[in-house]
Design a protein around this ligand. Structure first.
Ligand SMILES: Cc1cc2nc3c(=O)[nH]c(=O)nc-3n(C[C@H](O)[C@H](O)[C@H](O)COP(=O)(O)OP(=O)(O)OC[C@H]3O[C@@H](n4cnc5c(N)ncnc54)[C@H](O)[C@@H]3O)c2cc1C
Ligand code: SF4
Ligand code: SF4
Length: 946
């Protein structure tokens, strides 16, 4: 073939996606640059970019994708939340993401089981089961983000495995699509059940595996791991156990098969009753050896969880921060459950103290009985791995020997061996895990880009795994799965003969090696596909942020998620043009920043990218506003005065159409929806109504010490918030000043105008410098003012910004700390059921308790916590007009949570959230700012008095 006649073929990736689109529809198939970037990673150390991603929504979608992949021989990787630590949810072909299959199909309270789809998040499932007093027992520490499909495929477990077992002990049946395009019900079949014969005829692979297992029971018995947990290899041991009982126990084979044998579309799970009460205890030991001695005795108390963190782990996460004594050699976390109210947990705590008495403890036992305090004790443990990312900019926690299991009574010996080993290597290491099961998570901190550290990693991999097998008689994998990281060691663990049976199992189900190739069984080195670039970045790819990202909640797609966005905006080939779609979708709600254990602020990275392409129209508007008074505010006043004329259905429809081209300049999706309930615009702005509170500028030392930063909303809207804040402050003896002020900067920042934000901040710093306390009523202003130091990396302004940040308090904080207690009474003389929507920016500013404290103190208020109080409502300043449809989809979840509370008032701390709440809830529920409810109570008391 001559050069001139060479055909230019379409890139293979596009051909795959094009075919899949034709099969499934364009909405469900993606192969653009940001999507490929986001799906190239999971929570492991690897990176493998796929050719296309399919977001399946039905069994038909699964079947069509499987058939296509098999017919073309393209690797197919099922994926749920992508939180595995082994590289098993990434692949070079098609990613089949099951996240949108996230329904609970059926719950049977009496028989205690649930039928679920694979995309449901464990925490969501348990939240829903909780109302029926039920629970799915296995609890990986990643439970806030991992999904049932991944848990089943990995045979996950967690701290409470001690009591509830692993996933394999809690699955009754699975519905699976095999590569032969056959759907099977994988349950336990009696060997003489006629339906088994039908099944074996439909799926001959099962007959092969049945006969093979029957023929090799002795080999399987001889190679069975003797430790309490194992997720290495295929679970032929479970199948052999079933055969011994006269049944073909199929869930045992498929649970833990890591997406290499079939795709799960449904699982029937065994549930347990939720304990009636629970006690969590922290015990700090001074000696590792004594822990080894204490564990068997503590196990006699039948704890539901028994966890350990070694001395290095405690150092790395920061002893001071977590109140851990300097001389603790290791800390145990123990949990005891009470299944009936007759059981006295305090007595059980005494029994625990008696067990510990002979040992040298660093402090008394720390005991927690209430949910909030218990959660506090667990928090550090659950976020351990990503927290280790904070330790060093280069040395990162690397999961490659992370999941070994030894006999529980030898765990002290194992920890000592590991500490000596890594000390010899001069490598910091965190060792923690499920000591009650002898399952240790070993996470050394290494710079894999450094050749010395790389060599250490390779030698530690070989030596530690070999020691676990030969000296401890253990397993290399307790719960995380083999994935890419342990695949090459599976043969060493089980020997040639059993390994060849594993290969036969795989071949029987997947002769073309299409399903997740390279996972579980592979000769490839564990160092292949390591993502050297990413392992020098700050993000652990743990996906914790995805669990709170409202956009991910709606789209269930990694390219529309916080973790995905980190990958996208920090990629070498990032360009605004190819990623605009996703970069503009973030709400800047800051939920990711609030939750990230590694200290990453994805929202800020996105803002930085937007700042490279500031929006022109928004800039023009904000500049007019910054010029103060004049045309901008006159126009708003005019709109306020004429609102009754133009805020009518017909005119609004017309306005929506007329303004569409202008709005498009803000964002392609932006519009002024005719059905959006707009706030009432003030015909006299707050500053005009309270002109007497504005300092006259003649005196540099102000007469008042408290200043009110009202922000834009309270000034321009006639929503009563500004008036309420001022009145509440007066009641607390602090008539506030209203110094000249500019927009705090949040909305300006979201449109990329950093210079304008800084300019406004400089103005506000000067204006508010003389005051001792700066009170806010708006969540976004509160956070922005507290964040001002980040706008000024150094210089005098940095110092001024730090000073100002210290003085900022939200009105709810002001009231909660106030020494005055003005008289309050039941407003309107009736009881109100009030719930609280916790605005994202106020949470990010660390203000969570005070608003609730204030609400609970109001007379005539029955305060009820809503389930998703901490989730974004979707308003996010102007996001509601920038992307109305997404914003409304986000709100659906909030609306459900509010409805469940039966509240007739929703309180919040942010005028922007109020717009979204009022729009979404209509007239059935009142929406009020916390300050307004306080004002109502004070006024009611005054009325009573007079
Ligand atoms: C901070 C942190 C803490 C962790 N703690 C624990 C712990 O305590 N215990 C523990 O066991 N694990 C833990 N893990 C590992 C991981 O979270 C679990 O293995 C989890 O169950 C994986 O679920 P996932 O939804 O993320 O699955 P993914 O990572 O998406 O997938 C995992 C495997 O399941 C397969 N798969 C997914 N869906 C399907 C399907 N529908 N059909 C067939 N195969 C499918 C994938 O191909 C892959 O092989 C932790 C991870 C992190 C980041
Ligand atoms: S940004 Fe933080 S929470 Fe999100 S994936 Fe990275 S480390 Fe985890
Ligand atoms: S700021 Fe909010 S929307 Fe944006 S990435 Fe973070 S959690 Fe998601």
């Amino acid at each position: 073939m001559t050069a001139s006649s060479t055909l230019i073929l379409p890139a293979r990736t596009h051909a795959v996606a094009r075919d899949l689109r034709a099969l499934l529809g364009a909405e469900k198939v993606k192969d653009d640059v940001p999507t490929i970037t986001a799906y190239a990673v999971d929570a492991s150390i690897y990176r493998v970019p796929p050719q296309a991603v399919v977001l399946v929504e039905s069994e038909e979608d699964i079947a069509a994708t499987v058939a296509y992949a098999v017919s073309r021989g393209i690797p197919l990787t099922p994926r749920a939340a992508g939180t595995n630590l082994t590289g098993s949810a990434i692949g070079s072909g098609i990613i089949l993401d099951v996240s949108r299959l996230n329904r609970i199909l059926e719950v049977n309270r009496e028989e205690r089981w649930a039928r679920v789809q694979p995309g449901i998040i464990l925490a969501e499932l348990n939240k829903r089961l909780s109302s029926q007093g039920l629970l799915f027992g296995p609890d990986p520490s990643s439970g806030d983000m991992c999904k049932l499909g991944g848990m089943v495929a990995n045979n996950s477990s967690g701290p409470h495995t001690l009591r509830y077992g692993s996933v394999k002990d809690n699955v009754q049946s699975l519905r699976l699509c095999l590569t032969s395009s056959t759907w099977i019900e994988a349950r336990s079949y009696d060997l003489d059940d006629p339906s088994l014969e039908r099944l074996l005829t439909t799926a001959p692979a099962l007959r092969d595996v049945l006969m093979m297992t029957q023929a090799h029971t002795n080999l399987i018995a001889a190679k069975r791991p003797t430790v309490s947990k194992n997720s290495c290899g295929y679970n032929l041991f479970g199948l052999a156990d079933g055969l011994a009982r006269g049944s073909f126990d199929l869930p045992k084979l498929f649970v833990g098969s890591e997406g290499t044998l079939g795709i799960v579309s449904e699982a029937r799970l065994s549930l347990v009753d939720k304990p009636k009460a629970t006690l969590t205890a922290l015990i700090h030991f001074r000696s590792l050896e004594e822990i080894g001695e204490a564990v068997p005795q503590l196990l006699t108390l039948q704890p539901s969880a028994l966890e350990v963190m070694d001395a290095n782990t405690l150092n790395l996460i920061g002893r001071g921060k977590h109140g851990i004594p300097a001389d603790a050699a290791a800390t145990l976390l123990v949990e005891l459950d009470a299944d009936s109210l007759e059981i006295d947990l305090r007595k059980r705590a005494e029994a625990m103290a008696t067990v510990c008495r002979p040992y040298e403890l660093a402090t008394e036992l720390t005991l927690a009985f209430d949910a909030e305090r218990r959660e506090q004790l667990w928090k550090a443990r659950k976020a351990l791995y990503p927290t280790l990312y904070r330790f060093d900019p280069k040395k990162k926690p690397i999961n490659f020997v992370d999941d070994v299991v030894v006999p529980a009574e030898r765990i002290g010996e194992l920890i000592r061996y590991l500490e000596d080993f890594f000390e010899g290597q001069r490598v910091p290491v965190a060792i923690f895990g499920h000591i009650g099961n002898g399952n240790a998570h070993i996470v050394p901190l290494l710079d894999v880009n450094d050749s010395g550290d790389f060599e250490k990693m390779v030698s530690a991999y070989q030596e530690i795994h070999a020691t676990v097998l030969n000296r401890f008689g253990g397993s290399i994998c307790g719960e995380h799965g083999d994935g890419r990281v342990r695949a090459a060691f599976v043969k060493t663990m089980f020997g040639e003969e059993l390994y060849s049976l594993f290969v036969r199992v795989k071949k029987a189900f997947d002769p073309g090696n299409v399903l997740n190739p390279g996972i579980k069984l592979s000769a490839a080195s564990f160092t292949e596909h390591i993502d050297y670039t990413r392992l020098s970045k700050s993000c652990a790819t743990c996906a914790k942020c995805n669990s709170v990202c409202p956009v991910y909640d709606v789209f269930q797609s990694e390219d529309m998620s916080s973790r995905g966005w980190f990958e996208i905006v920090t990629a070498k080939d990032y360009s605004y043009l190819n990623s605009k779609r996703v970069v503009e979708a973030c709400l800047n709600c800051k939920s990711c920043r609030t939750i990230c254990p590694a200290g990453v602020d994805v929202s800020d990275l996105i803002l930085q990218k937007r700042a490279e392409h500031p929006n022109q129209l928004a800039g023009w508007i904000f500049r007019r506003q910054a010029q103060g008074g004049g045309v901008f505010e006159s126009f708003l006043r005019f709109l306020g005065r004429t609102q009754s004329m133009w805020d009518r259905p017909f005119v609004r429809k017309l306005l929506e159409r007329i303004t569409r081209p202008i709005m498009k300049a803000l964002a392609p999706t932006a519009r002024l929806p005719h059905n959006l309930v707009l706030p009432k615009l003030a015909s006299r702005h707050l500053r005009e109504r309270y002109a007497h509170l504005i300092p006259d500028g003649t005196n540099s030392s102000p007469t008042r010490s408290v200043a009110y930063f009202h922000g834009c909303a309270a000034n321009y809207f006639d929503d009563g918030v500004g008036d309420a804040v001022i009145e509440v402050l007066k009641k607390h003896g602090a008539e506030p000043a209203l110094p000249p002020q500019r927009c705090s900067g949040t909305p300006i920042q979201t449109y990329g105008h950093v210079d304008l934000v800084r300019e406004g901040a400089q103005f506000n710093l000067r204006s508010f410098a003389p005051y001792e306390t700066i009170v806010t009523g708006c969540a976004s202003c509160t956070l922005m003012l507290k964040d001002y130091p980040s706008l000024f990396p150094d210089g005098a302004e940095r110092g001024q910004a730090e000073e100002l940040a210290k003085k900022v308090v939200h009105i709810s904080e002001f009231v909660a700390r106030s020494p005055r207690h003005p008289a309050m009474a039941k407003s309107d003389g009736i009881m109100k059921r009030v719930t609280y929507h916790s605005s994202c920016h106020l949470r990010a500013a660390g203000v969570t308790k005070e608003p609730r404290q204030v609400l609970s103190s109001l007379p005539g208020v029955d305060f009820v916590e809503m389930q998703d109080a901490d989730r974004c409502a979707g308003g996010a300043g102007t996001y509601v007009v920038k992307n109305y449809d997404t914003s409304q989809k986000i709100f659906e979840r909030k609306a459900r949570a509010i409805a469940q509370t039966d509240a007739n008032v929703v309180a919040t701390s942010c005028p922007a959230c109020m717009i979204q709440l009022k729009n979404g809830l209509g007239k059935a529920v009142h929406v009020k700012h916390v300050a307004q409810l306080l004002q109502d109570a004070y006024q009611a008391a005054e009325r009573e008095r007079s």
